[in-house]
Design a protein around this ligand. Structure first.
Ligand code: KIV
Ligand code: ZN
Length: 408
């Protein structure tokens, strides 16, 4: 099979083709916090350390290792990860309560670089029913919580939970107050996966324009996938001025999950022609990370999942296989090795064509003459009509049979 020839659209470079500088996007992974909040996805301490070490090695900028006040196990995980990592910033989540923030500060104490992420809901619905707090009390809690977190670190992130459903004037007031109190990252989550790309991009533009000190903080997206738009919304938020993306491996997370790290990273890398950004992620480790998270969370990865699904680089139809054999760029927009997949696979099935069949036999060590190949191909099609998966062993048996019959 021919390999990918051109590198059009592949954005490894720190500058665009026109020579303009690309901007770095901070990748904030929350697999161990929001990801672990998926019902049934809990991980042991050893498993969390394994995941954190791989994320660190992969170049993730910030790893949200847990919610220290939530349980002794979460505290220990954040604390142990804080002791071990040498590269990524280690982050702990806390509500606006002082006891949460102090517990996060304690868990993160040994980290070489630490972040406290404190949040409170700002939408009318959440303030009225969940918090049962008046907006002015929420506003005061924003200032008090960020100020408290600054006792432990200069790296404080503040999140407006349910930010995408928050009234704009109030959101701007809270963001301004959080930055004045010392928050250096401002996250506006789409907590319930409700927004759409145009709206989310406009939200970031509006906040950045209206908040006078907005240039003092990095804005962050945090999108859930309830309507299947978490990745699209995250990229739209970046177009609106956000420079941090919160995401998880395999899109693990509450309900329908969070934006998938492998998808946002590869979208930025592959479509560098229209998005002038880059990340620090070693993309050939993406498949390994996906397999590890799937194994420790016991959440299988769907076959047709973008980037890391079993079928992401597999082709079955004859037309596609023929194209792939002529030039891999006909049906692949990324090189499999760039995400840690050894090679494209041409899967033999009832839609496969003669060209791919001959190529496959050749790879198994069989070179048949035209007549034998035609017979074998016909028998293969009959078999494929009866059998969902055709293994190499099936093909070997079929060809050996063909050769034996030809000798009779
Ligand atoms: O979805 C959300 O709003 C969150 C916050 C805690 C950031 O996970
Ligand atoms: Zn979330």
């Amino acid at each position: 099979m021919t390999s990918h020839t051109a590198s059009a659209g592949i954005a490894d470079a720190k500058t665009t083709k026109a020579g303009a500088a690309r901007e770095r996007i901070v990748i904030f992974d929350t697999t161990l916090r929001d990801g672990e909040q998926s019902p049934g996805a809990s991980m042991t301490l050893e498993e969390k350390i394994q995941v954190a070490e791989l994320l660190d090695h992969m170049g993730v900028d910030v790893i949200e290792a847990g919610f220290p006040i939530a349980s002794v196990g979460d505290f220990e995980a954040v604390n142990e990860i804080a002791k071990r990592l040498k590269r990524s910033v280690v982050c702990g989540l806390s509500r606006a309560a002082f006891k949460d923030i102090d517990r996060a500060g304690e868990a993160l104490a040994p980290a070489h670089a630490k972040r406290i992420h404190t949040f409170i809901s700002t939408s009318p619905l959440h303030m009225k029913y969940k918090l049962q707090m008046e907006p002015e009390k929420v506003y005061e809690a924003v200032i008090a919580s960020v100020t408290r977190a600054r006792n432990y670190t200069d790296d404080v992130e503040w999140s407006a939970e349910d930010g995408s459903r928050t009234e704009h004037d109030f959101l701007c007031r809270c963001v301004e107050a959080a930055i004045n109190a010392g928050a250096t990252t401002i996250n506006i989550p789409d907590t319930v996966g409700y927004t759409v790309p145009e709206e989310y991009a406009a939200l970031f533009r509006m906040v950045r324009e209206r908040v006078p000190n907005s240039d003092k903080a990095v804005f962050s997206v945090h999108c859930h996938d309830d309507l299947g738009m978490a990745v699209a919304n995250s990229l739209a938020g970046v177009a609106g001025g956000a420079r941090q993306i919160e995401c998880t491996i395999n899109g693990l997370g509450e309900r329908a999950g969070n934006a998938a790290l492998e998808e946002v990273v590869m979208a930025i890398r592959t479509r560098g022609d229209v998005m002038p950004f880059y990340t620090g992620i070693e993309t050939p480790l993406l498949t390994q990370a996906s397999k590890l998270v799937s194994a420790v969370s016991s959440f299988p990865v769907q076959y047709n999942k973008a980037i890391v699904g079993k079928n992401a680089f597999a082709h079955e139809s004859g037309i596609h296989q023929d194209g792939m054999l002529k030039n891999a760029e006909t049906y692949e927009i990324m090189r499999p090795e760039d995400v840690g997949v050894r090679a494209t696979s041409l899967v033999m099935g009832k839609h496969s064509g003669r060209h791919a069949f001959r190529d496959k036999l050749k790879s198994l060590g069989f070179e048949l003459g035209d007549n034998a190949l035609n017979d074998a191909f016909k028998r293969f099609k009959d078999l494929a009509d009866r059998k969902k998966v055709i293994y190499d062993e099936d093909l070997e048996a079929l060809v050996e049979d063909e050769i034996a019959n030809a000798g009779e």
